[in-house]
Design a protein around this ligand. Sequence first.
Ligand code: F6P
Length: 516
Amino acid sequence: MHLEKLAPWRDFCEAVRQARPDPAAIRLIKAAGLSIDLSTQRHSADFEVNAQALLKVAGFERARAHLFDGHPVNASEQRAALHTALRGSQAPEAVAQTVSSSLARMGEFVEQTNAANRYQNIVHLGIGGSDWGPRMVWQALRGIGTRRELRFAANIDAHAITNALEGLDAKDTLLVIASKSFTTIESITNAQFALDWMKRGGVLDPLAHTVALTANPQAAQAFGVAPERTFAFWDWVGGRYSVWSSIGLTIALGLGWQTFMAMLASARAMDEHFLTAPPETNAPIQMALSSVANSSVLGFHSEVICPYDARLTDFVPWLQQLQMESLGKGVTQNGEPLGVNVSPATWGMPGTDSQHTFFQWLHQGQEGAPVDFIACLEPDHPSANHHRQLFTNCLAQRAALWQGKSKKQAFDALVAKGMSQEQADALANHCVHPGLRPSTLIVLPRLDAHRLGALLALYEHKVFTAAVLWGINPFDQWGVEFGKTLARQLITNASDLSEFDASTQFWMSTLNEQLR
Ligand code: F6P
């Protein structure tokens, strides 16, 4: 169903345009231990009434029930998307049982490995959804306590795997090949490279020190990984939603089983909130409505993510894949062109680095972008001075984006600093901030497994809700296939490139010369 064809759409658009900030109002939602402050998003009583009408006509409640019940919500691939079942949320009985046996196997493996005090190092080889989740969680939580050293390599650029292996003792290393399909060229090539490295490092049977995390166990076995070292997941787990599946084994080995369990529990708490909180206080729903308002009504083409916590640097690409692979579509579920501006680009960087990189554009660029600020109340370091400055900067940037500064305010401030009226008048034009640039502030009491899971699930459900409103499938990614096919063609048909343009042919022959 096209959003713009839904009867309440026009009223919703009008309500968004009319909504004006009320500096005296706070709109704060508490969900699964997170505080989500939406005070600086367009909102009003009218907005809420029309938003709810929109959700109703888009069939949101039914779609949400279908997600958890295991309906084939991924219509173009005829699959369910049951990542919520992986964290023990409401699910079909048979699925819940399969998940629980898989978790039991993973738990046993972790326990045995710990008891035997094996493997100081884990090298995780995956890409996209088989990489960003564990990589981001490791970066976020490693400061709290680790059991082992984790290294990650994803890129087909051998500099990545070479760096990942540098300085490791091959005899004390477990290789983890993480690939849902077990056909992804990057992961398989890196795995072969790492197995050779182990052999050179004195390991007689490297495959005996390798595990596979995959939804294609047959391919893992054909590669040489024994069934007892293969931890399966299922086609109903989307790659970018797979950190909760056996793909999380790396987290459990590196950060501890309890940490992995705490992440699942906190995501489950967010599932519960998403399923039961009324729409007006339902954090993922309200974040999705803001996203739709910002993209499809106000015309913003991107969403910026700025965690004010350096440990969340990799949260940015994790979210980038979640949002852009899920929502970066040009047609509706029925294959019809979309009638409104959807699926904003997602990009960002932690604060305060981002302030010195692209905030100029956010404050005064012609278009700007809505920003999600993420901050933690309690740091895991003792420097109150750093933390006060970090958190305060986050609040100040958000206030500046929303409040704006008129020419008169800019002029008065310059004159108050002692500038002549003539100079101040000229300079004031450069100091105007349009303001009314929306943002959301998400505050975690502390960055730990008990909150990180909820944060990830919050965004998963926000993306799902936006997809329902936009009428698109957030669980497929057909757009990534064409480029992969052409790459295969270039590698395998290197002698006949006649189907390619002159520039591609030129660079392929230059490369072939170089590698000759
Ligand atoms: O980039 C496309 C993609 O299919 C992603 O959706 C996925 O996360 C990634 O490749 C890795 O795929 P796999 O887990 O099958 O190796």
